[in-house]
Design a protein around this ligand. Sequence first.
Ligand code: ADP
Ligand code: MG
Length: 334
Amino acid sequence: MKTIGIDLGTANTLVYAKGRGIILREPSVVAVEAKTKNVVAVGSEAKLMLGKTPGSIVAMNPLKDGVIADFDGTAAMLSHYFKKASGTTLFSHPRVIVCIPIGVTGVERRAVEDVSLAAGAGSVGLIDEPLAAAIGAGLRVDDVRGSMIIDIGGGTTEVAVLSLGRIVQAKSLRTAGVELDEAITSYIKRKYNVLIGETTAEQVKKKIGSAHPAADRGTMEVRGRNLLSGLPAVVTLQSSEVREAMQNEVQQIVEVIRNTLESTPPELASDIYDTGIMLTGGGALLAGMDLLISRVTGIRTVVAKSPIDSVAVGIGRFIESGAEMKYIAEYKTK
Ligand code: ADP
Ligand code: MG
């Protein structure tokens, strides 16, 4: 039986196949026919359709804030990926290890198990995401010395303190990349009366967004629709405006980090001063995020190499070594 690991993120889904490595990275988007619910496209192909589909096709993110918002959409997406991962036309039921955010409820956890089985998994086990992220980022999680891992994804920000292979302290915030995009959209609407699409907002963030003035990044022309005239409009945005647009959300992220440090036992907190803070997830790529966190906390902060891959790399390390058994409470089977 094949074993595959899934990083089922709000923004991106990554699949790791045992013995083969990361075999796909795709946006967590699915496009279905409105009437029949038949899948038209998944991943990057479906993402291109967001906000552009004719009435007969619906393109959507089936996950929101780190949890399943649309069960059938998530199942359709996963089923497509499981088939790709099994690399054969013969139907096989893989053993699936899925990473889930720490802030989710029991009901939300069960939904992830059920959706995996519905998508064709033979059995499913769940692993806490910060553990996988930390392993993937190269932290020595089995060390007695405490370490801190921060994962800023599309829908959630997770902050965890690890020691001896366990999560000692953790906080989760349902503010992350998507909320930064929304903040940019509403800023441009308020200030310029121009409405932009979600894909455009994300491009603005990636291209000229920053979390700290020292990481300022110039200007960008942004296209949208003028809400008064209804006509297409172009706005030239400054990097500083984007920073201002996102400041509340960035502040919330910084606050949850500060709160986690404050509630960490003193011995472990002092370890973190030595070992530093590791940043993962796509949000770690926001210019100046590492700088802002290190200024606010006074702790050296580094961005993981390929931060979008950290969780999948971590699950991969587990699967290849068989160590995942240590971290999975129970398997659910069909
Ligand atoms: P998830 O695990 O929730 O699917 P990811 O870790 O894949 O999320 O990160 C996706 C988020 O990272 C998106 O909100 C995306 O806009 C954001 N992101 C990716 N690259 C950058 C960048 N260069 N600057 C800022 N944000 C980025
Ligand atoms: Mg993630």
